[in-house]
Ligand binder design. Structure first.
Ligand code: HEM
Length: 504
């Protein structure tokens, strides 16, 4: 027995020694990384090992906007600003040439450090290898080529009818709000609307979210929150106090994926029965997988990855943009008057807004662009730099992540004078075009596939809203943002609504 205990204690000591040596080795490696990249300016690290992680964790836990910290760092440390986490190095790049070089080229893949973290959320597959998160260029390119037809200008023109029809339902809801003199959270209403639109247009399903609130908006919010915590707070999952929320996140992901599986199955059955099915996003998603006979389990999962990708990307950011836009117009009467006059001149009291009408609503386009400058609802993107590169005269050894944020550049005085002033004339056709410092839809090959879809939809909704209603923000609302993975107005833009001209 004594010999056995002695062997055990020697084994334990040996294991502890081994762990110590490994830890020491890892610390030396982290030190080597610091030496390799510390010539790049950056704020002081919170700690040797965890680098700047404490700042992210603090911001996430306090509900702060981490991009404000990034803005401060970019202003203080220049166009390439280093951040560390363990042996990872992330560079916040704000110089236009660097942004152009990296984002416009297919040479730099999306970075593993960030995107692989949202493959799963707490062990439940989430965005997997769908269009937003696919890392392998070939695999991404194959998916994107198949999806393109569902976003061609011809196809989008054909969607104007659905945008109009669904937006009319929002107008009916707002009409009730006005008649009953109640208040409405514009964020929640436009979120229901954009969810209805994407369900109809992308998947051929009538959700009628504006009438019957389903579990989906809550599930989407929960997934996004889970995504934020996964990326920003590496220790979150280890805290037993967070188990209940982690379970919620897993269930929310599961709900979205099982819904996808059901809708895909329904569509396949319709196809097998020879029914007339639309050439919509769901049809394209089914095409991204292999042929029925050779379909593997991974193909099935990829279809669900893209289902969840379009379900979320296809409505959340547009709803937030609309809500920010309404918030700004509600506090800027001159701009409101100008954009309303344009709407009156172009569409009058007409209900069916055509693509040609949309093309004529140029000031409204400027307003929507300016909204995304101050409030880019998807605030950043990142790329992996595998080989050495020079940005703004700084030599950057390969093996880092570069992060680009339209939130940061959109709020820098050197790119936009008085950046916090909402001024749609910055996007007037005669004004100089922003040079690689405004990219709310990202740039280059991995830019947003739904950009034109989103802006057509947003214009139809705003035009109808301006055509028919006056809206006033209820007192006590903040104009703050909330970071929920995407950015949204914290006070949810609660307004009282009146029929236009009724009580003037
Ligand atoms: C105001 C609305 C929108 C904004 C601000 C926005 C912004 C963005 C941004 C910044 C990216 C790059 C993400 C990254 O690099 O991680 C992106 C990608 C993407 N977005 Fe959007 N988006 C919007 C609406 C939409 C809509 C309506 C759809 C679909 C109907 C959509 C589908 C996609 C897809 C599929 C990608 C991945 C593209 C690729 O990598 O090939 N987005 N979006």
């Amino acid at each position: 027995m004594a010999i056995f205990l002695e062997i055990l204690s020697w084994t334990t000591m040996f294991l502890l020694f081994l762990i110590f040596i490994l830890f020491l080795g890892y610390c030396l490696y982290v030190n080597h990384i610091h030496m390799k990249y510390d010539h790049i300016p950056g704020p002081p690290r919170d700690s040797f090992l965890f680098g700047h992680a404490a700042t992210y964790v603090r911001a996430t836990r306090n509900g702060e906007i981490i991009y404000d910290k990034f803005l401060e760092w970019a202003e203080n440390h220049g166009p390439v600003c280093r951040q560390n986490f363990l042996h990872y190095v992330v560079l916040l790049v704000t110089c236009p040439e660097g942004t152009k070089e990296v984002l416009m080229s297919p040479k730099y893949p999306k970075d593993r450090f960030f995107y692989s973290q949202i493959f799963n959320l707490f062990g439940q597959r989430f965005l997997g290898e769908g269009l937003v998160t696919a890392l392998d260029h070939e695999q991404w390119y194959k998916q994107r080529r198949i999806m393109d037809p569902a976003f061609s200008s011809l196809y989008l023109r054909g969607l104007t009818g659905t945008f109009n029809e669904r937006a009319e339902k929002l107008m009916t809801t707002l009409s009730d709000v006005a008649d009953n003199q109640t208040e409405a959270s514009m964020l929640h209403l436009v979120n229901s609307l954009t969810l209805d639109v994407i369900a109809k247009v992308a998947f051929g399903v009538d959700l009628e979210q504006l009438k019957d609130r389903s579990r989906f908006p809550k599930a989407v919010q929960t997934c996004l929150k889970g995504m934020l915590l996964t990326v920003r707070d590496s220790f979150y999952k280890f805290n037993p106090k967070n188990r209940a929320f982690i379970k919620e996140v897993r269930e929310a992901c599961h709900l979205l994926r099982t819904t996808g599986a059901q809708w895909i199955q329904d569509r396949k059955t319709a196809m097998e029965n020879g029914d007339d099915v639309p050439n919509d996003i769901l049809t394209q998603i089914i095409k991204t997988a292999g042929k029925e006979e050779s379909m593997t389990e991974e193909d099935e999962e990829l279809m669900l990855d893209n289902f969840v990708t379009f379900f979320i990307a296809g409505h959340e950011t547009t709803a937030n943009q609309l809500a920010f836009c309404i918030m700004e117009l509600a506090r800027l009467p001159d701009i409101l008057e100008k954009v309303r006059k344009e709407v009156d001149d172009v569409i009058g009291m007409k209900q069916d807004i055509t693509c040609d009408d949309l093309g004529k609503l140029t000031y409204l386009s400027q307003v929507l662009k300016e909204t995304l400058r101050i409030y880019p609802t998807a605030p950043g993107t990142s790329r992996e730099i595998q080989e050495d590169i020079v940005i703004d005269g700084i030599h950057i050894p390969g093996g880092v992540t570069c992060f680009f944020s339209s939130y940061v550049t959109g709020r820098m005085d050197k790119f936009f004078k008085d950046p916090l002033t909402f001024d749609p004339d910055r996007f007037h056709e005669d004004a100089p075009r922003p040079y690689y410092c405004y990219f709310p839809f990202a740039l280059g090959p991995r830019s947003c596939l739904g950009k034109n879809f989103a802006q057509m939809e947003a214009k139809v909704v705003m035009a109808k809203l301006l055509q028919r209603f006056d809206f006033t923000l209820l007192p006590g609302q903040t104009f703050d943002l909330e970071d929920c993975g995407t950015l949204r107005p914290k006070s949810a833009v609660v307004c009282s609504v009146r029929h236009r001209n009724c009580d003037k």
